[in-house]
Design a binder for this molecule. Structure first.
Ligand code: 6CS
Length: 349
């Protein structure tokens, strides 16, 4: 049996367990009346895992044992695309759905992938991403697919990990860079002259190791937890975009909740907004130190000059038209909503 067949078999066994409610509980333990399933796109110890574990802790204590939350880390239910399918079916009730993959299903969310759309100031970006009006606007696209958008948040700056220094689009010429699977990302890196290759998260390390790709892009904590730094020579902070994720629930499930449980979920999500920002800052800081310790030969370009960034920015602007071509009027409205949010936040500063 090859790896793909084995992973499919595991998925079928797991799904059977989910549907039949077979679990690992001891027979003498009192079962909670309900189990809520939360699938994440990252491994234990990640930013998404911290979010889901805190959600579990708060929900279980606030529902006083009526609800148990089970967290499914990356791989246990397949790729990000599998997780999104399971959420749409209601097999899992909560999931992380990053625009980097979700863009295939909801093209409008790809606005959150556009380079240089947000600012180079993390505080302003985080306020914009957490803005309730923007979230409500984006929710219409999620609702149309049977989801409820609970949270939009940043997991930290995207960082290029490569075999050569990159300070200009010319340096990207011919570089095979792995991107997530949303189609807009192909245009984003083609605009710099690179050769983007979409791959699931779990295949990136071996693709780098086998020289099938030359580079990838992810926040620092992910570069550490997935060991990508082992198989590259450079880390480059261009501050072109943060890694944005969204926490999502199945809409029908949310509508089926009692008023009390719905309130508990919404209050918990509110509490998680500042929590996850602190966590991502902490994880990205600590894990950069860890990478430095483990691989002192890794060259870190911790920033590009304003002139270097402006060359990338200029190249990235053509991709906004690609986004509008993919999404039409709703995409134009999405860009306008993000711009208006950023402007409002800048004025209130
Ligand atoms: O690169 C990816 O595919 C993944 N990166 C992160 C940091 N989270 C989930 C996503 O699937």
């Amino acid at each position: 049996m090859n790896t793909l067949q084995r992973s499919k078999l595991c998925l079928i066994v797991l799904l059977a367990a989910l549907f039949t409610g077979v679990g690992c509980r001891n027979s003498h333990e009192a079962a909670p009346s309900v189990i809520w399933r939360f699938a994440i796109e990252e491994t234990p110890g990640s930013v998404q895992d911290a979010y889901a574990q805190k959600f579990k802790e708060l929900i279980e204590s606030r529902t006083k044992g009526e609800v148990e939350v089970t967290v499914y880390p990356y791989g246990t239910l397949g790729t990000s695309d599998h997780v999104t399918e399971l959420l749409a079916m209601g097999t899992v009730q909560f999931a992380m759905a990053s625009p980097g993959h979700l863009g295939k299903l909801i093209p409008e969310v790809q606005a959150l992938l556009l380079h240089f759309l947000l600012t180079d100031d993390e505080t302003i970006n985080n306020r914009a991403l957490n803005d309730p009006e923007l979230r409500e606007f984006m929710n219409q696209f999620y609702e149309a697919k049977g989801f409820e958008l609970l949270s939009i948040y940043s997991e930290g700056w995207m960082v290029w990990t490569t075999r050569k220094p990159i300070r200009s689009p010319e340096d990207f010429e011919g570089v095979k860079i792995r991107v997530m699977t949303s189609p807009l990302l192909l245009a984003a890196y083609a605009a710099y002259g690179a050769s983007p290759t979409p791959l699931p998260y779990g295949e990136v390390y071996s693709a780098l190791q086998l020289n099938m790709i030359d580079a990838q892009v992810n926040p620092v904590f992910a570069i550490e937890e997935m060991s990508f730094y082992e198989v590259v020579d450079y880390m480059i902070f261009a501050k072109h975009a943060p890694f944005v994720s969204t926490a999502v629930a199945n809409k029908e499930f949310m509508e089926s909740l009692t008023a009390e449980h719905r309130l508990i979920v919404l209050e918990t999500i509110e509490e998680l907004r500042p929590y996850i920002l602190d966590i991502q800052l902490q994880f990205n800081r600590e894990r950069l130190d860890r990478i430095r310790e483990r691989k002192p030969t890794l060259k870190i370009i911790s920033e590009l000059t304003p002139e270097e960034r402006s060359v990338f920015r200029a190249r990235s602007l053509e991709v906004r038209q690609t986004y509008i071509d993919m999404t039409g009027e709703s995409g134009k409205q999405t860009l306008a909503a993000i711009d208006a949010t950023l402007e409002r936040i800048a004025q209130n500063n």
